[in-house]
Design a protein around this ligand. Structure first.
Ligand code: PLP
Length: 385
């Protein structure tokens, strides 16, 4: 046995300034307690603020017979774990998205490591945006298909790849996120739908950061950009704006059937607890009501970008995820500590997670945080930074 290897690797991680620890944090709504300080939590994915909304919890308890809701399914969905709440949730999802079928999965990670490996085989090609999420990368690694990456949001590059390679493969899958979490920028789904039609490919869109937040009813960028019908596989997650846990894919009935029969991250894992699936459905049915929260997020994001730009700082994107580029890793750490000292819990994202000298602080906005608190944030940036 060689333990030295692991110790050396850990030391290397420490030297590079990328050592990770699990923080001791406590939560009080949108406030977070950490290091003896109470701060606004601007680092969670609770974009609509639903996770700290006591009225919702109360309503859920009132209208659900909680006695019937167990905390574990105690089995895979393929054995005895497929409780009735799955059917209810999947019917609602397929209705809302206007698709033949929906399949609920344990998490976005499970979705992304399972669906593409099930669908894309040896004779196929997956073409993915350069900046897709780690879970998609892991899915690509598990798939037997060939893989190519196009420059981030560069659809001319994607077109070139399709033009040069489409004929060599049986099926081609274009894979993207709709909102990318590092730059907070948004994919042009219409353009991707055009390419998909032109080159006869499948289109797979991960809407993890967009469900709940974009579109009139909160269905995501596919709703906002009017192309729900054209996307073959729309994936969404429930662990972010939904304030729940789990994920889904909406697609054709045949593909749902195929995934039930072949997707290993569905077959070989315990089903979600009934109480969790019922809560997700409860939130899904209220999503249209949160329109004003979505509007608030759009306004806040715009305001924060303008405030940063007016001070000469670089920012990017077009969503409720707002990066503040700080240059070096060291500077991003310094800046995040400055924000934390002043009551704003933000964290640095460093190289190699992002390109060298593009280390940044990432603001994840939360609609439940009062306007006055955001005023303080803007003032801090305008006056003290
Ligand atoms: C968060 C995220 C996931 C993972 O979803 P979980 O439900 O947390 O496992 C997948 N894809 C993207 C783009 C994400 O941002």
């Amino acid at each position: 046995m060689n333990k030295e290897r692991y110790i050396n690797k850990l030391n290397k991680i420490k030297e590079s300034g990328n050592y990770r620890v699990l923080r001791d944090v406590q939560h009080n709504g949108f406030l977070i307690h950490y290091n003896g300080r109470e701060m606004l939590n601007l680092s969670s994915n609770d974009y609509l603020g639903l996770a700290s909304n006591p009225v919702l919890y109360e309503d859920f308890r009132k209208e659900t017979d909680v006695k019937l809701l167990s905390y574990s399914a105690v089995s895979s969905r393929l054995l005895s774990g497929n409780h009735e709440y799955y059917n209810l949730l999947e019917n609602d999802l397929s209705d809302l998205y206007g698709k033949e079928a929906a399949l609920v999965l344990n998490s976005g990670y499970h979705a992304n490591i399972g669906i593409l490996p099930a669908l894309a085989g040896k004779r196929d090609l997956i073409v993915a945006d350069k900046l897709v999420h780690a879970s998609i990368i892991d899915g690509l690694r598990l798939s037997e298909a060939e893989m190519l990456r196009y420059h981030h949001l560069d659809y001319e590059h994607l077109r070139e790849i399709l033009f040069n390679h489409r004929e060599e493969y049986e099926n081609v899958f274009i894979v993207t996120e709709s909102i990318f979490s590092m730059d907070g920028d948004v994919a042009d789904l219409q353009e991707l739908c055009d390419l998909k039609r032109e080159y006869d490919t499948f289109l797979y869109v991960d809407e993890a950061h967009a469900v709940g937040v974009r579109g009139t009813n909160g269905l995501g960028c596919c709703e906002e950009q009017g192309c729900m019908d054209d996307i073959d596989f729309i994936v969404g997650t429930f662990g972010k704006a939904f304030a729940s846990y789990g994920a889904f894919v909406v697609c054709d009935e045949m593909f749902r059937d195929f995934l039930v029969n072949t997707q290993r991250s569905l077959i070989f894992t315990t089903a979600l607890p009934p109480v969790n699936v019922a809560w997700t459905r409860f939130i899904l049915n209220r999503m249209p009501d949160f329109y004003s929260y979505r509007m608030k997020l759009t306004g806040l994001a715009e305001r924060l970008r303008v405030t940063l730009a007016n001070r000469g700082f670089e920012t990017r994107g077009d969503s409720h995820i707002v990066p503040f580029l700080c240059g070096s890793n060291e500077n991003s750490v310094y800046m995040s500590e400055l924000f934390q000292d002043n009551g704003f819990f933000v964290l640095p994202v460093r190289y190699p997670t992002v390109p060298k000298n593009e280390a940044r602080i990432r603001f994840s906005l939360n609609a439940a945080i009062p306007e006055e608190d955001y005023d303080c944030l803007m003032e801090f940036i305008e006056i003290s930074l």
